[in-house]
Ligand binder design. Structure first.
Ligand SMILES: *Cc1c(COP(=O)(O)O)cnc(C)c1O
Length: 366
């Protein structure tokens, strides 16, 4: 029945992705487009297949975190605009140019460097409106004029990042951003687009507006934390299901230990299942003793320390055999383990859990 030969795999539902795109597009303010965030391998989902489906849905603007991520998309034939949302070393700017990517300006000093190098680059201004992570300070009136009368850099737009769910602070960030971009325009520098929203702001403060919404986690059917956008949560569909299978079963007697350091001590006679997934695949080691998996619809707690390539679960009284499918994120029978549940048990946000899923996890696009 189950023909899959993988050890660990993630099933990627394009139907769920399409649903989320439709749902998010309906929330966009007038004139605002989706700019999906495909960084960190599309939050672990597989950047290339996700980008291809988004192209089919008419998306033409994407953002990534690094020049290498942008280059990977281009080599796979992804067109449109690809904005790099972070720092690129001077020595790698040739790739930005070669792959027709857009480099963000991470601060005023970086802008000066960009103006001194010889490549004709497409750039987008990052504006720091209070997060203090990236961009030209919103009060910096000296930086924009540097762009006047130069013809090396092709300026595409400007963006800032809303960094809290607080309406008042977000409104302040918006005012700071508009103040800065208006000054840029008044200096005679054209900005094709201005953007500030990401998932949480689009779902909870769409009045922030802008020409693009840089949406990551919501596109994948989740929020960073349960409760981030209560009225929308159940309406988005998780795109990823994480599965492995039972590798081996063994009995353990009360009082015996198991795993590294004998970190687990059996309280009763029982049965352990070894699963071929470990922290080297992205299963956080802090899930040990806190998280559970589903074997044939039945919950089995992860016990003992998680190894690089394997972990143990208590499968006592669960009807299962070697090769049976195990769900770490997703549904099995009538039961479900959400990405929220697994990430909460590790003290993580969903973004971190998903983006850490490693290259050994086979992605199966459905
Ligand atoms: C990652 C990122 C996004 C997407 O954030 P989500 O919360 O996943 O929607 C948007 N903007 C910037 C600058 C980012 O770094």
């Amino acid at each position: 029945m189950d023909e899959r030969k993988s050890r660990v795999w993630a099933e990627i539902s394009l139907a769920a992705l399409r649903h989320n795109v439709d749902y998010l597009r309906a929330l966009l303010p007038a004139g605002c487009r989706l700019m999906p965030a495909l960084k960190a391998n599309a939050y672990g989902h597989g950047a290339v297949p996700i980008a291809r489906e988004l192209m089919r849905l008419g998306v033409r603007e994407f953002c990534v975190a690094t020049a290498d991520e942008g280059a990977e998309l281009r080599r796979a034939g992804i067109g449109g605009d690809i904005l790099i949302l972070g720092y690129t070393h001077e020595g790698k700017l040739s790739a930005v140019n070669e792959y027709n990517l857009i480099q963000c300006v991470v601060d005023a000093d970086y802008l000066k460097m960009l103006l001194c190098q010889s490549l004709p680059l497409r750039v987008e201004l990052g504006v720091d409106t209070g997060m203090h992570r990236l961009g030209i300070d919103w009060r910096d009136s000296a930086a924009p004029p540097l762009l006047c009368g130069q013809n090396k850099l092709k300026l595409e737009g400007a963006f800032t990042h809303i960094c809290t769910g607080d309406e008042e602070f977000s409104a302040q960030q918006k005012r700071r951003f508009e103040g800065f971009t208006n000054a840029v325009s008044l200096a005679g520098i054209e900005l094709k687009r201005r953007h500030l929203m990401s998932s949480q702001s689009l779902l909870t403060m769409p009045w922030l507006g802008g020409d693009l919404a840089r949406v990551g986690i919501a596109l994948y059917g989740l929020m960073s934390r349960r409760g981030d956008a209560p009225e929308h949560e159940g309406r988005l569909k998780p795109v990823l299901t994480l599965k492995t299978r039972v590798a081996s079963l063994r009995d353990i007697s009360a009082g015996e230990g198991a795993g590294y350091g004998l970190g687990y001590r059996a309280e009763h006679d029982g049965r352990l299942a070894t699963l071929p997934i470990g922290y080297g695949d992205g299963l956080p080691s802090c899930a040990a003793g806190r998280a559970r998996v589903l074997i044939n619809g039945q919950p089995a707690p992860i016990v003992g320390r998680i190894c690089m390539d394997q972990c143990l679960v208590d499968a006592t009284n669960i009807d299962c055999k070697r090769g049976d499918e195990v769900v770490l994120i997703g549904r099995s029978g009538g039961a479900e383990i959400s990405a929220y549940e697994l990430s909460e048990s590790c003290g993580m946000i969903t973004n971190e859990l998903l983006s850490r899923l490693g290259p050994r996890v086979e992605r199966i696009v459905m």
